[in-house]
Design a protein around this ligand. Structure first.
Ligand code: PAF
Length: 283
């Protein structure tokens, strides 16, 4: 695997592969890699001739400076994992390389960005659109891979692709979970042992709500999830919304969406965890 730190070298190396007829898959990451990222890379490997993984903690998507400061940075371990996963290029640029001048672009992300994470993390999705659009322009991949844990993020990225006219296929990949159900996340390493033992109750409750939903309304199901999770020590639901899986808009009735998705964020102590579940065949 080759580590690339400049945009010029990235363009030159990947451009040569593209000119030789290779298909290019891009997996954007912020590092602190875990098995969830590796599953995206595996998928990219099987779909493409060349796999590029970017490792960049993007400052413009952090609305909380403390979160940016404490975000785990583990470059050496990441490179070992990327090599083992058979990645061709790891693009690990500096902030100055990506943002030689401030990115002042404001994307018209529309309704998909106006709910849930939108109001909770002002500026976050615009920052995601900035970095992902820059990476897309730098790498020019055929396909790009994103995890469904950040379910709303994928809808935002699809919207950005539409706005910018990128000819890139967005591939969403299923959530990877620990054996006790906790959705894999780079933030999990910040949980204390006690919090780590409690956190799987988020996924457990979401999973139990599938049964509950069979005989209850959307509102009742939302309340069930919120009350159950809040009953555990150290867990505090920030929001739980059941939305149309395409538009991200909250639904009133199960029949309002082809696929309804329950999206949750929960504080486990100081750590903000995110997860979701699909309610299908509810019509
Ligand atoms: O999901 C992430 O890790 C980030 O939001 C992404 C897509 C790599 C952009 O920085």
């Amino acid at each position: 695997m080759k580590v690339i730190r400049t945009v010029a070298e990235l363009k030159q190396q990947v451009g040569a592969k593209r000119a030789a007829g290779c298909s290019i898959g891009l997996v954007p990451t912020m590092g602190a890699l875990h098995a969830g990222h590796i599953s995206l890379i595996d998928r990219a490997r099987s779909d493409n001739d060349i796999v590029v993984v970017s490792v960049f903690v993007n400052p413009t998507q952090f609305n909380n400076p403390e979160d940016l400061r404490t975000y785990p940075r583990t470059e050496e371990a990441d490179c070992e994992k990327l090599t083992a996963a058979g990645v061709d290029y790891a693009f690990i640029p500096s902030v100055e390389e990506v943002y030689p001048e401030p990115d002042t672009r404001v994307f018209d992300l529309g309704p998909v960005a106006e709910v849930m994470e939108g109001p909770m993390r002002p500026g976050h999705f615009n920052g995601v659109a900035q970095i992902v659009s820059k990476l897309f322009a730098m790498v020019e991949p055929d396909k790009a891979y994103f995890g469904e844990k950040d379910f709303q993020q994928i809808a935002v990225i699809r919207r950005m692709v539409e706005l910018e006219g990128f000819n890139i296929e967005i591939i969403d990949c299923p959530i990877k979970r620990e054996s006790d159900g906790l959705a894999m996340s780079s933030r999990n390493v910040r949980l204390t042992a006690e919090q780590r033992a409690i956190a799987p109750n988020i996924a457990k409750t979401l999973s139990e709500s599938l049964d509950y939903a069979l005989s209850h309304s959307v509102q009742e199901t939302k309340q069930y999830v919120i009350d159950t999770i809040n009953s555990y020590p150290q867990l505090e639901v920030e929001y739980y919304e059941i939305v149309d899986g395409l538009t991200m808009q909250p639904i009133e009735n199960w029949a309002d969406a082809e696929v309804a998705v329950g999206c949750i964020t929960v504080y486990c102590g100081e750590v903000r965890l995110i997860d979701n579940i699909k309610y299908t065949n509810k019509k």
